[in-house]
Design a protein around this ligand. Structure first.
Ligand code: NAI
Length: 385
């Protein structure tokens, strides 16, 4: 169980984006600093330099380390003996590549929001650069940090589900069922900022990574996708899409991604059907995993209880019966990022060490590209490789 102790000092860490009023900055700051894995020492929090500096001061940072731009921050921090070692990028999509590139060129470890970037070429460039510089790139597919995802992964790897036959995944919320003037949503409908996709890149990459996390042996061979702009003003970006996937193993998957599923609050769920049993997990009920073996009886496995895999209990922060949530899931991933950065035996107390990395980020970018290509040909099958 995690109790906040750590044998190594926190990694000196900065945030780009995630400023005042942003959707995702607060959970990054809470998750990264939760177990003293990272310490926030600097930031370039906002597209508006003065507002970003003011925000940093209000977070209690040294005003000299509240920067107007990420370029200035990387430059000035590189001259300090106590300069930053890692940075999280929580800005809108189109800036991820250039900020990630600049961070790696400054020899920083990077945690990047999804999508990692907007094209396969960019993703390849970042992967090569990270390898060359010996730095990690983590991608914040945050739901994968829930302990019951680790439980599902272990059940699959240990044969409890049998051969994987079918996967049904969904991330279909109703948050954009009507046109909305809300500021954080607006850039998501603008291809110059969001990139070539709305819901595939914004939502679909999450269940896509859950498939990779739970069944790491599966490799997608081809995809077929159709997508729509249900709210017409959002064209050419889709706010709804259906994706069918085939895997090398013969398994098949179907995914529905949508922001116009009227009435649905969050709508992220995944069902994995094997020859021996099915398992099902829903982000709105993340402490539970449904297990349905052939012939029954169906069982709900619950976070924290004896009988779960050791690695699925190693990241608990409170005993069974209590609830943990998304903040803890993200903190789990931040622990794994930190352990990968620090190396050695820190964090090897049965805790999972896998995490969404540059390769996973790149595969998600490739998947979005292939889905768009398929949709442009009326859903024709497109090879993944
Ligand atoms: P937002 O629009 O709410 O906030 C963006 C923040 O970045 C703002 O503070 C803005 O001033 C700042 N910013 C923009 N450009 C900047 C620059 N060049 N330098 C410094 N700061 C800059 O956006 P939101 O919803 O927080 O999304 C940010 C990223 O996080 C997106 O890539 C999105 O896809 C991702 N995201 C990921 C989620 C997840 O579950 N992993 C959930 C929500 C968003």
């Amino acid at each position: 169980m995690i109790d906040g102790r750590r044998r190594v000092p926190p990694i000196r860490w900065a945030l780009v984006g995630g400023g005042a009023g942003s959707a995702i900055g607060y959970i990054h700051r809470c998750a990264a600093t939760r177990d003293r894995c990272f310490q926030l020492v600097a930031g370039a929090f906002d597209i508006l330099p003065e507002r970003g500096k003011q925000f940093g001061r209000e977070l209690g940072l040294d005003s000299k380390r509240c920067y107007g731009t990420y370029k200035e921050m990387f430059e000035k921090e590189s001259h300090r003996s106590d300069g930053i070692e890692a940075v999280t990028i929580a800005t809108p999509n189109s800036s991820h590549f250039e900020i990630c590139k600049a961070a790696l060129e400054s020899n920083l470890h990077v945690i990047c929001e999804k999508p990692l970037c907007l094209s396969i070429e960019e993703a390849q460039y970042l992967q090569d650069l990270a390898r060359e510089r010996g730095r990690i790139v983590g991608v914040m597919f945050g739901y994968a940090g829930h302990q019951m995802i680790e439980q599902a992964r272990q059940m699959v790897l240990n044969g409890e589900i049998g051969d994987i036959r079918i996967i049904k995944a969904e991330f279909a919320h109703g948050g954009c069922a009507k046109p909305s003037p809300e500021e954080p949503l607006q850039w998501r409908f603008n291809p110059e900022v969001a990139g070539p996709s709305f819901v595939l890149a914004d939502l679909g990459v999450h269940p896509l990574y859950l498939i990779r996390a739970i069944v790491p042996t599966l490799k997608i061979s081809r995809v077929s996708c159709v997508r729509q702009s249900v709210v017409r003003s959002r064209a050419p970006l889709e706010d709804n899409a259906f994706v069918t996937m085939e895997f090398d193993s013969g398994a098949v998957a179907f995914m529905w991604v949508s922001a116009v599923n009227t009435g649905s609050q969050h709508g992220l769920r995944i069902r994995i059907v094997g020859s021996e049993a099915s398992i099902e997990w829903c982000a709105e009920d993340p402490n539970n995993l449904r297990y349905e073996p052939v012939g029954g009886p169906p069982v709900t496995l619950r976070r924290g209880f004896h009988g779960l895999y050791t690695s699925a209990r190693a990241e608990d922060r409170i005993s069974e019966g209590h609830s943990e949530g998304l903040f803890e899931a993200w903190a789990n991933l931040y622990r794994r990022f930190a352990n990968a950065i620090v190396g050695g035996d820190e964090g090897k107390m049965n805790e999972p060490s896998w995490y969404p990395d540059a390769n996973d980020g790149a595969e998600a970018v490739r998947w979005v590209e292939r889905c768009i290509e398929s949709s442009e040909h009326n859903g024709a099958w497109v090879e993944m490789s």
